[in-house]
Design a protein around this ligand. Sequence first.
Ligand SMILES: Nc1ncnc2c1ncn2[C@@H]1O[C@H](COP(=O)(O)OP(=O)(O)O)[C@@H](O)[C@H]1O
Ligand SMILES: [Mg+2]
Length: 603
Amino acid sequence: MSEKIKLSAAMKKQILENMFVKNYKRMWPYVKPVWFRALMTLILAIPVGSMDALIAWAIKPYTDAVMIEQTMQSSWYIPILIIAFTSVQGGLTYMLNYLNTWVGGKITNALKADLFKKLLTFETEFFTSKNSGEILINFNNNADMACSGLLSNLKSFVQKFFSSVSLIVVLFINSWQLALVTTAILICAFLPMAQLKKRLSSAMSGMMSVMATLTTKYTETHAGNRTIISYNLEQYQSNRYINTLHKHFSFQMKVFKKTRWLTPVMHIILSFGIALALWFGSHLILTHQLTAGGFVSFLTALILLYQPLKSIGNTYSSVIMSFWAIERCFTLLDMEPKIKDRANAKEMPGTHQQIKFNNVSFNYLKDVPVLKNINLTVNRGETIAIVGNSGGGKTTLVNLLPRFYDVNSGSITIDDVDIRDFTLKSLRQNISVVFQDNFLFEGTIRENIMLGNENATEEQLQRAIKLAYLDGFLKTLQNGIDTQIGERGVLLSGGQKQRVAIARAFLKNSPILVLDEATSALDNKSEAVVQKAIDNLMHDKTVFVIAHRLSTIRNATKIIVVNDGQIVESGTHDDLLKLECGAYKMLYDMQFKTDNKEAKPQE
Ligand SMILES: Nc1ncnc2c1ncn2[C@@H]1O[C@H](COP(=O)(O)OP(=O)(O)O)[C@@H](O)[C@H]1O
Ligand SMILES: [Mg+2]
């Protein structure tokens, strides 16, 4: 998310004025389905707020009856009324809070659901440019802040506002002169509110980004647990955490300073009001313009008025912060993924004859070319082995095929149709990718395999398990295929995880297969089994295989050598070995020859 461009003072003012309207307008689709209860919440906030005034108002006849007329006859009902009112107010407050929680929960869920759906539309680059904490804060926490501010703060705001207004009415009933003086001061007390939004944004953004880092420290500690233990990084990790905590603290204090000054400033202005009212009120009593009961009632109203006004500043700060969060949420919702379907994208058919890379160039970072003018033609059923130095661009090359990234220039076509003209869904349905480290979801082995095709029959499932060489392993498990495998499949070995992933790819049964060093993270023994599973999977498919194993390479239809982003050689194993001082021959001598000797007995 790009930081907001600097705005002129006039524009800032404009934004401040439009802020309420704009934010509430955007939130409307989320409020709409629950509008009736939302409205009820606000309507209920009016009597709940106003009822404070009734007590203040009732004090006048009571005090005058008891103190001045010295009788109880006319005022026996007052204490009973107070209890009755308080009970009603308590009941209404409960209903109000209930509705508020209900409506708030519904709105938050709807917003979060939309944010999560949005999150799933983003391309690989979006995720590689953000840490896990940022995702969590932006897509979850901000939504909480946005919605809690929207309704519950608005509710307290309305409640406090009406409480104040009705208490001011009581002031007027008792003495209009007094009321006028106090109201003037109250209005002054609200003036500083307009200053609040200034420069809050940068402090809030800073705080959120630090919160994201904090969250990331937890995910790191969870995922990197073994590395932390084996390198004795406990101290290192906790230092980094504590440093971030300190940063968080200072941002917290910054936000505090930028918002909470409002309350004491309002208090001080209000105290002028009270002082003035006391002084002026005493004068009115002494000059017999006000009864003692009237003055007590007036004072009560004034003190009660002080209460909501005291906290209205804080509530307003929260409202402003929630506006900030609302803006953040909608910035995300407005963001268009960079990789998406074109307007007239069509379905990719389930079969293909030829895949072509036409002069493809690609870079992740500006001016740092990673692939340069790649030309490659692959026919149906062929196996293309991609070899080359590490960091040369092999993974990047195959990642362009399912459009994890889009080419910068040139094109990739399938039967002469640019892959960008296919819908993402149909394109990706046609391609299975087996990575070096495949992601497994928390759940059972069965659930993870079925992700390949949720409609697969039991026979298809059993066949996939057999071809992926999982059957023997599953028999050793007490719960068999219904064994839980933990987050990311942590309860399985590397080779077992790969075979679950391969079984998943079997069920998906896509005509194009991409294998990116699918066995290179494994030890020799599990590699041999996984390799056999992969050999089964490759059957009848168009395969792009980034390989480090000679047997795979030798059987390939064509080998391409990708060094520093360019195809430097291509041909069959025998062709390429004939090239004296060729790149492939060098790689072969360095890497594959030894593999040849070791691997031979197993083949
Ligand atoms: N997400 C990324 N952002 C920036 N640079 C990247 C990214 N992924 C890979 N690279 C860089 O692109 C180059 C090619 O990487 P890669 O395709 O993974 O190579 P290979 O698979 O051949 O080892 C490397 O220099 C690598 O540092
Ligand atoms: Mg790679």
